[in-house]
Design a protein around this ligand. Structure first.
Ligand code: C8R
Length: 250
């Protein structure tokens, strides 16, 4: 009897974990009408189920991106690196100004989640998955690289990026922003990159930081560059006051 109870409880917990991830995926997806979320869940799973969680290539998510493509939002695209909280604190309130990857269907569905598969299993696991840098081709990292590349591919007009003035290397070559997004900005679509350097009280970097030289050098010729030091409080103020025009925030 004890063994049966243990088995049932264990079975239920495992089932619950699985369906909890799936129901998070579906309920977040359903907030965006006009998509067949059950179908997207199926396409998503194909990328990683029944695979060694260190052997999920970036390209495995191409069918998912193709099923829910990013729409170009000229002059409104917002990129970021190591400033996620400040950026979303702002963009969540000022959707009239900027769109981040997390405001798109795929970005919002998978934001903050961990998932992986296992060889010989059809299930999705949410624990025991490889960490971000534990192995290169892990399901979460490959997804963000694939999605970020596709998001950068459709960027157009003036694009904005919020970088962090409180770290040693605001433009870090190992970041997704530096390694995946910037190299994809195409001068035939992107006119200008506006960097907003987020300045907190104990900042150690600003727009004069040497790493930004690498950023200007990495930009496709023909893309104009600007950088502005902006205090975190000013960004918050702009988020709190919808009467401030987007172009007057900084
Ligand atoms: N982007 C990358 N990573 C993202 C992400 C996103 O939109 N959304 C989430 N939740 N994540 P970082 P970065 C998670 O080191 O490397 C796009 C990933 O799990 O501060 O330069 C976005 O368009 C990953 O662990 O920044 C943005 O412009 C961290 O957040 C860059 O890429 C990566 O956060 C940010 O990537």
């Amino acid at each position: 009897i004890v063994i049966v109870i243990i088995a049932v409880v264990l079975g239920l917990t495992l089932r619950q974990n699985k369906s909890e991830f799936e129901s998070t995926f579906l309920s977040r997806c359903e907030k965006f009408n006009q998509y067949d979320c059950k179908k997207l869940w199926g396409v998503f799973q194909q990328a990683y189920v029944d695979k060694d969680p260190c052997k999920v290539l970036v390209e495995a998510y191409n069918p998912l991106i193709a099923a829910a493509p990013f729409k170009p939002q000229c002059n409104k695209t917002m990129f970021w690196s190591k400033t996620k909280d400040v950026v979303h604190g702002f963009t969540d309130k000022r959707k009239d100004c900027f769109v981040t990857l997390e405001d798109t269907l795929l970005g919002s569905v998978l934001d903050g989640l961990t998932w992986c598969g296992k060889e010989g299993s059809k299930d999705t696991f949410t624990s025991g998955c490889p960490g971000w840098s534990e192995c290169e081709n892990n399901p979460v990292r490959s997804f963000w690289i694939c999605a970020s590349a596709a998001f950068a591919d459709v960027a157009c007009g003036d694009v904005t990026a919020m970088l962090n003035g409180s770290i040693n290397t605001p433009f870090n070559p190992t970041s997704i922003f530096a390694s995946v997004e910037v190299p994809r900005f195409n001068a035939s679509r992107v006119k200008k990159l506006n960097v907003v350097m987020v300045i907190q009280k104990n900042n150690i970097s600003n727009c004069n930081h040497s790493s930004l030289k690498n950023l200007t050098q990495a930009l496709d010729t023909g893309i104009t560059y600007s950088c502005k030091d902006v205090s975190e409080s000013r960004i918050q103020e702009c988020g709190a006051k919808p009467e401030i025009a987007c172009g007057a925030c900084w």
